[in-house]
Design a protein around this ligand. Structure first.
Ligand code: ARG
Length: 733
């Protein structure tokens, strides 16, 4: 009944009003929700208040939302025993870390059937947001308009130092204090976190569920991926953070999310909270030009070579496939992202949209002498930055993509090379500490290193670097290659991978025990890595950078002043945000309409066991064919896999909870759609969608596929919310 009601009503509405399925732009900050968003959220169907989301005196929804590993992903607490839900791709490295050809959890999945089977994940941590303070006035107290950028940066750094010291000294909780800049240096907030570091793996489906569709389906709809995993937070006996210990106990959260079994209808209110990493919504038309012409094609090109090089080795050896699985997925994710971003920027002519805004800004500035005095230079500075960096933009992209993060030895050699001098200290304590640090570096590096793969990566990527970039922008070690190795990277690599003490575990560890300054100085891997590092950072401290900083700071300040009635939100910067918008289908192209849900039928339709990306294991196939969906089916007996909704998310939001109008969990956000890949630069109301996995599919996998009823028993499942039975009318006014 409810279903029919709302669909009929929505059909009616869309004739007379704007389409219901318009996505809602905005990554809103927690402490301004009441002022800026509460009314609009409630008008869109939200049944709670801003206080229910963010309240520093009482438990609120924000206490269930966590930052994973400093902001690489988001996660949420879903039981009173510290059980945590996030994406499969967010725990991918951890799942890989526990895997070997004999015990391949990537392929087979992992489900702890009791707490003692849960696996401690080295290096994982989760942070709870305690509160946010606006410290803008204090940070800018000594800044004047007359200051140079250097003076300004110094004044800000010293104010930040003082404020941080004050907070840290007054701390009795072991909290972390982080200052973030917003609106390009116009506002500053202090974020206070409480971080737990005993995190254990509880559940991960096989890749054939958690990464179903692989890179082919990545960033795309229709989607059939069960991109989830589960972790648990452990604390000491007093519920406080503690290093890993067998005696630690499951953490008792202030707040956890209840799970709604009701599913979604078109037009339903949804809300997502999490840690979006970075957006460029104020990017200028010149910035778009540079991205399209220079940055994006470079990243795509270099990554394509990196991927094909890794793949050759991964296909040949299961051990290498496991070792390189996470590296490969990460590289592929943003390789495809930049292909899509360029496509979207062109197709949607984002540059013209930006030019129109800049034109308006120019007129607004010109119409008053005060504005001319304050903002008159903003756009010229921005333009001058891009003019000055056009010559190096491609080289800078290569320094990072082919150089620093190209072959794995480079970053390892940088870290090792910068730490190792401590071995030659007079101070015995420092020598011991350095040994321990270097040994940790070795642990982390060699676990996922295959020499012959790395050597091919080094040779292929450096050769491309040398061919594509003009000599004056190349790191200095390329001159050595020319002088001593007849210009051949292969020759350099031959020598480096046989002589460097860093290229194999035994010699690297032996060096730590019996270090030699001379060996360090002469090492070919260290030499190459350090010269790449110098090139990379050298390009970042420049006059041009000052133009960028000042230009955008003024432009963004002016834009806000120009539109006093517009609600602004700052670019994503890995701080907690809330976004909301309706469940909704979309039209990706002329004559094509995409539904807002996918079902398990699609899994079987895409199934192709000869293609690793579309394998459906036998057991899953049987269960899907039998259609034993139990309590997880929708009213038509279908099991919904993924759904679309018009919220505003980006990388870092992965794993964020999707909540309904009552704040109950209905899904898990994991991706965006192909037609709106330029969305990090300009939000697309008609096209941009969040792709989420339906929580009922997650639970079906846990329950029916894995038989982990111990997990289901921990959850608070909400079967029917009386208030929700009203027609979805309020959603649209
Ligand atoms: N595009 C997703 C994101 O950036 C990652 C999906 C991971 N899946 C994959 N096939 N690599 O959040």
């Amino acid at each position: 009944m409810k279903h029919i009601y709302s669909i009929a009503f929505i059909a009616l509405v869309s004739i007379f009003f704007a389409p219901v399925s318009q996505a809602q732009e905005g990554m809103w900050l927690m402490h301004t929700l009441e002022e800026i968003n509460e009314e609009s959220m409630q008008n869109s169907g939200f049944r709670l208040t801003a206080d229910d989301i963010y309240d520093i005196n009482n438990a609120s929804i924000k206490d269930a939302i966590i930052r994973l590993n400093g902001g690489s992903c988001t996660a949420e607490v879903i039981s009173s025993q510290g059980l945590v839900l996030t994406n499969h791709h967010c725990a991918y490295g951890a799942i890989q870390g526990f895997s070997s050809p004999e015990n391949d959890y990537l392929t087979d999945g992992f489900f702890a059937l009791s707490k003692d089977e849960e696996k401690h994940i080295e290096g994982f941590e989760v942070s709870f947001l305690v509160s946010i303070d606006d410290i803008t006035a204090r940070v800018l107290a000594n800044v004047t308009n007359e200051m140079s950028e250097d003076e300004r940066n110094e004044a800000i750094a010293s104010a930040k130092g003082e404020i941080s010291a004050e907070y840290t000294e007054g701390d009795s909780n072991g909290y972390q204090y982080e200052i973030n800049s917003f609106y390009y240096g116009n506002e500053f907030y202090m974020f206070i976190y409480n971080t737990y570091s005993d995190i254990r793996l509880v559940a991960a489906p096989p890749e054939s569920v958690g990464k179903y569709g692989g890179d082919t389906d990545n960033w795309m709809w229709p989607r059939h991926t069960g991109d989830f995993s589960m972790l648990r937070i452990y604390s000491d006996a007093d519920n406080n953070p503690a290093d890993f210990a067998e005696t630690n106990v499951p953490y008792t959260p202030k707040r956890h999310l209840n799970i709604s079994m009701e599913g979604v209808n078109n037009g339903d209110f949804t809300m997502v909270m999490g840690y979006p990493g970075s957006t460029d919504r104020f990017l200028s038309s010149w910035g778009i030009e540079q991205a399209l012409a220079l940055h994006n094609p470079s990243v795509v090109d270099v990554r394509a070579l990196k991927l094909s090089t890794m793949k050759e080795h991964m296909d040949a050896d299961l051990g290498v496939r496991i070792q390189y699985a996470a590296k490969y997925a990460q590289t592929a994710n943003y390789w495809k992202y930049y292909i899509g971003q360029s496509k979207g920027l062109k197709a949607l002519d984002v540059q013209s949209q930006k030019q129109a805004i800049e034109q308006k800004f120019t007129e607004w500035v010109a119409s008053s002498t005060d504005r001319q005095a304050e903002y008159g230079d903003a756009l010229q500075l921005i333009e001058a930055y891009y003019t000055a960096t056009d010559a190096t933009a491609k080289a800078d992209a290569y320094a990072l993509e082919a150089g620093l993060i190209g072959s794995d030895i480079t970053l390892f050699a940088v870290r090792f090379g910068r730490t190792a001098p401590g071995l030659f200290s007079e101070d015995a304590d420092q020598v011991e500490a350095t040994k321990a640090r270097l040994s940790d570096l070795c642990d982390a590096f060699f676990k996922d290193y295959d020499m012959s793969t790395d050597r091919d990566l080094f040779t292929n990527l450096m050769s491309k670097y040398k061919t594509d970039i003009a000599p004056e922008y190349l790191p200095s070690f390329f001159a050595t290659v020319d002088d001593k190795y007849k210009g051949s990277i292969s020759r350099y690599a031959s020598k480096m991978y046989s002589k460097s003490f860093l290229v194999n575990e035994e010699s690297a560890r032996a060096f730590i025990e019996t270090p030699s300054e001379k060996a360090l100085e002469k090492d070919l891997a260290v030499a190459a890595a350090m010269s790449i590092l110098q090139t990379y950072f050298g390009s970042m401290e420049s006059e041009a950078q000052d133009k960028f900083d000042e230009g955008y700071r003024l432009f963004v300040k002016g834009l806000r002043e120009m539109q006093p009635n517009k609600a602004f939100y700052p670019d994503a910067n890995s701080t907690m945000r809330c976004t909301y918008g309706p469940v909704g289908d979309y039209s990706p192209a002329d004559a094509v309409q995409y539904d807002f849900v996918t079902t398990t039928d699609g899994i079987l339709q895409k199934m192709d066991n000869s293609n690793p990306e579309f394998v459906v294991p036998e057991r899953l196939e049987e269960l899907l064919v039998a259609r034993d969906f139990g309590q997880y089916a929708d009213e038509n007996g279908e099991l919904i896999v993924c759904f679309l909704h018009g919220t505003d998310i980006t990388g870092g939001n992965s794993g964020s909870p999707v909540m309904n109008a009552n704040g109950d969990l209905i899904g898990l956000a994991f991706d965006g759609n192909w037609e709106a890949m330029s969305g990090d630069i300009a939000f697309e109301h008609d096209l941009q969608r969040t792709i989420s996995v339906d929580i009922r599919y997650v639970l079906w996998i846990v329950d029916k596929f894995a038989g982990a009823t111990n997990i289901i028993d921990e959850l608070d499942l909400i079967y029917e919310t009386p208030e929700m039975a009203a027609p979805a009318m309020e959603l649209v006014d």
